[in-house]
Design a protein around this ligand. Sequence first.
Ligand SMILES: Nc1ncnc2c1ncn2[C@@H]1O[C@H](COP(=O)(O)OP(=O)(O)OP(=O)(O)O)[C@@H](O)[C@H]1O
Ligand SMILES: [Mg+2]
Length: 233
Amino acid sequence: MGAPISFFVTGTDTSVGKTHISSALLLAIRRRALKAYGYKPVASGCERRNDEWISDDAEKLRAYSTTPTPDLALMNPIALPESIAPHLAAAHAKREIELPPLLAAHQALSLGAHAIVVEGAGGWAIPYSDHLMQADLVRALKLPVILVVGIRLGCINHAILSEIAIRADKCVLIGWIANRIDPECLYPDEVVETVKDELDAPLLADCPFGANIDLAARKCAPALDALGLVRRG
Ligand SMILES: Nc1ncnc2c1ncn2[C@@H]1O[C@H](COP(=O)(O)OP(=O)(O)OP(=O)(O)O)[C@@H](O)[C@H]1O
Ligand SMILES: [Mg+2]
């Protein structure tokens, strides 16, 4: 098997549905008879269980990955206790986030996979340490980027700024996914249309409010075509 198609899922902010959409993409990929694994390089806000720090996001991604699934430690090499920005959580845990283990885990996951869905931490502009940004990992792995836009008040600004930042970091934004996370958002269709007009990257999928992973996977399936993930067999 050749190198998998691996891509990075970022969002306009924390809690905009990156895990939800990444899970849906994993399920959609598996429905095309392809082997897919989720990867959460860095997670904060983990829970202590049996002497290990466990990321809720990594567990969700594992639940939608091809079985048998890799060890959680491989799917999430940096699991930090406190629910704060990664570089702060690392400093508080007396750890440093460095590239080599993150690249090695991605490489190990890649063996035998057709696709790797990499979920970022927070939004785009996230420091890993004083001298490393999340974007450095994306660049090192040459990952195309999908931006999840959580449709709510303020998201137009966040979407435009995210696109500018992704391009300034010399990464490739292949498209964005509208995720309707807020039932109170007024005129969500007009907001989606505005983001569509403002961004240079295409709208790949539109996920309704309250969609479970099954429905979200069906809505997100067209995004796989943009990634070149075609059905096997
Ligand atoms: N389309 C949707 N409709 C309703 N609720 C949603 C939708 N998408 C996500 N959610 C909910 O919003 C919350 C945040 O979603 P999620 O955990 O996927 O965000 P995230 O961007 O991965 O957050 P984090 O920055 O912590 O990784 C979760 O409770 C999730 O179930
Ligand atoms: Mg998440």
